[in-house]
Design a protein around this ligand. Structure first.
Ligand code: ADP
Ligand code: ADP
Length: 242
């Protein structure tokens, strides 16, 4: 049973507005896929093929032009910002740049506790959970009182992952989450995602331009080209066994 189901998703940029003579960019055209608990679905494709657009629509960072996005049984594509709020925690995203998730002026503890506190968790509980999360992603206990710039890029990405996981999401969207890391660090972060998935049963939507990375972590892969899905099959069938 899918935790995330996308059907007929369309996103046109630059439609309407006052400069109407410009053709809209059809960044997502009839995109459909579903993802179940414990599975990793990859979205691969060249730069500009529409991968981030799909991610941004799923996160409702932008509004889709048309189509359906269901999280569990809830249609979220048309929910108002206010009605969306309680559903937000079910899908979390990790970006290429960990500073898109981590406030440089906050301690790691503050970053890990913010979401749960906003959702009404007691302070003591959120703190205990933050410590657990640090252990889970392989950071030392004393990281809790330190700041993001005191860590390496790979460690920062682990912290961003911990912050996402703190919300106990059903789906984790990784948008080029390892693309800026050295190959050896990439492998460690991919192992971590694998481990978290096995322990927590989350579904991972893994967006990358890097086919080698996709082959390492994905069960299934969709290939995007100019906004459309042109292939959808097992990772082995799409990417071979490198
Ligand atoms: P990818 O993530 O695969 O690199 P994107 O989803 O970022 O692809 O971009 C898909 C297409 O949409 C590209 O042609 C890009 O230039 C265009 N695009 C992305 N964001 C915007 C935007 N905010 N306004 C207009 N065009 C955009
Ligand atoms: P990402 O790294 O998330 O794919 P990009 O580097 O493609 O983002 O784009 C950065 C920002 O610029 C995004 O907010 C995106 O929506 C916007 N953008 C990308 N392409 C275009 C475009 N052709 N016209 C207008 N805005 C764009």
């Amino acid at each position: 049973e899918p935790v995330l189901q996308v059907e007929g998703l369309m996103k046109y940029y630059g439609r309407g507005g006052w400069f109407v003579s410009r053709e809209p960019t059809k960044a997502a055209r009839d995109v459909s896929f579903a993802i179940s608990r414990g599975r990793t679905l990859g979205i691969v494709g060249e730069s500009g093929s529409g991968k981030s657009t799909v991610a941004r629509c799923i996160m409702r960072l932008i509004d889709p032009t048309d189509g359906s996005i269901k999280v569990g049984d809830t249609e979220i594509s048309t929910l108002s910002r206010q009605k969306l709020r309680p559903h937000r925690r079910h899908i979390q995203i990790v970006f290429q740049d960990p500073f898109r998730s981590l406030n440089p002026r906050w301690t790691i503890g503050q970053s890990l506790m913010e979401g749960p506190l906003n959702f009404g968790q007691a302070r003591g509980e959120a703190m205990a959970r933050a410590r657990e999360l640090l252990a889970l992603v392989g950071l030392p206990e004393d990281a809790i009182d330190r700041y993001p710039h005191q860590f390496s890029g790979g460690q920062r990405q682990r912290i961003a992952i911990a912050r996402a996981i703190a919300m106990e999401p059903d789906v984790l969207v990784a948008d080029e989450a390892v693309s800026a890391l050295d190959v050896s660090v990439q492998a460690q972060v991919l192992d971590l995602l694998d481990e978290l998935q096995r322990k927590l049963g989350i579904a991972i939507l893994f967006i990358t331009h890097d086919l080698r990375v996709a082959a390492q972590i994905c069960d299934e892969v969709v290939v995007m080209q100019k906004g459309r899905i042109v292939e959808h099959d097992t990772a082995a069938n799409v990417l071979g066994n490198p």
